[in-house]
Design a protein around this ligand. Structure first.
Ligand code: FAD
Length: 327
């Protein structure tokens, strides 16, 4: 009996989501009293990363290091996970609910004719069954689902489980190299924006702005706040702002953007439409600044400031700078 976790990498380095998914797997494996295996596929430089999976609690790593895994090819990655499933016959398969994981998990579930729960925030083992909590209706409600059969395939919302150390010497076993000639597609070039800040899905803190900022140029206000908060801070945006072309789409938070759950989320000049809340209401602490006391964002905020962002944000930045300089 075991649990299989898909450990996501990019460019030969494990992603934060991988450590979190392994932690989720470790918690469940301890409850079920079973082994935890991670499947890690990537370019040859990925080999050194398997040790990190042991640090977060994997008992075993099935490693596929090959150029064909350099960029995400859905069919090739699905083949690798299915090969890992054939090797260990797991009861549960976990993916991160990242963009890649949300694409890969349903493919694997379909191949295995298994049930799938996406974007889960909690997984439990109750009365011999896997039970998970997941959002429905755009995050308006959270539902509890139970799996009837095996294996249970789940994708875990980033930050729902914080990465923790549970060190062990993971045994590393090679996965057979795939037949790349059977790949249905090939990546010629992958171009990512050169970013100084972390991705919203992985950041410790998000400073998000909405239409209340009035124009793209005013983002320097948010950048100053993000700089004051430190290097783990990402910039986020509402869809209104992205649609207006003020910010790039990869910063959009919400139902049609990224779903985030950081320890700290600043919603600045954001009304709190249901589609935005769907992407951030599980943040551990929400600080909202809005000049409208009736703005729906205040219903989910832990700290709400009724005021003008152009007055409040520079003062917050100043106070945070002072506090950090005292550290
Ligand atoms: P507004 O609703 O215009 O709110 C601006 C806020 O700023 C107001 O509350 C106002 O009081 C405040 N304000 C104005 N000036 C100031 C000031 N000087 N100081 C302080 N506060 C000020 N939205 C998303 O964000 N993410 C999504 O993924 C998403 N997906 C969608 C999917 C669908 C199918 C649909 C229909 C909509 C989706 N939306 C999404 C859009 C969503 O419904 C809202 O239109 C959008 O979130 C509004 O963005 P906003 O809060 O920035 O702008």
């Amino acid at each position: 009996m075991s649990i299989l976790v898909f450990a996501e990498q990019r460019g030969g380095a494990l992603r934060q989501a991988a450590s979190e998914t392994v932690t989720a797997g470790r918690v469940l494996a301890d409850t079920m009293g079973v082994e935890l295996t991670a499947v890690l596929v990537g370019p040859p430089s990925i080999t050194g990363e398997s040790e990190k999976l042991g640090r977060h609690g994997a008992d075993k790593v099935l490693l596929g290091s090959d150029e064909v895994y350099g960029e995400y090819l859905p069919g090739v990655y699905a083949d690798a996970v299915v090969a890992a499933v054939t090797t260990i016959d797991p009861k549960v398969i976990l993916f991160p609910a990242s963009a890649l994981g949300k694409d890969l998990a349903p493919r694997v579930a379909a191949r295995l004719k298994a049930g799938l729960a996406s974007d889960v925030t909690e997984i439990r083992f109750e009365d011999g069954r896997i039970v998970a909590v997941r959002p429905a209706y755009g995050g308006k409600v959270y539902i509890t689902v139970a799996f009837k059969g095996e294996p249970a395939v789940l994708s875990v919302r980033p930050r729902a489980y914080m990465a923790e150390e549970a060190p062990r010497d993971a045994e590393v076993q090679e996965l057979a190299t795939p037949n790349s000639s059977q790949a249905l597609s090939k990546v010629h070039m992958a171009e990512g924006a050169a970013k100084e800040r972390p991705d919203v899905a992985e950041a410790e803190i998000i400073v998000a702005g909405g239409r209340g900022l009035q124009e793209a140029e005013k983002w320097s206000l948010l950048e100053d706040l993000a700089d004051a908060l430190g290097p783990g801070t990402a910039l986020g945006a509402s869809r209104a702002v992205v649609d207006a072309g003020w910010r790039p789409h990869d910063e959009q938070v919400g139902q049609t953007g990224k779903v985030v759950a950081p320890p700290l989320y600043f919603a600045l000049g954001i009304s709190g439409a249901i589609q935005h809340l769907a992407g951030m209401r599980t943040a551990k602490c929400i600080v909202a600044v809005n000049k409208d006391p009736e703005a729906p964002i205040f219903k989910v905020a832990d700290y709400g400031i009724v005021g003008d962002v152009f007055e409040v944000v520079p003062r917050m930045t100043e106070e945070i700078r002072k506090l950090r300089s005292e550290d």
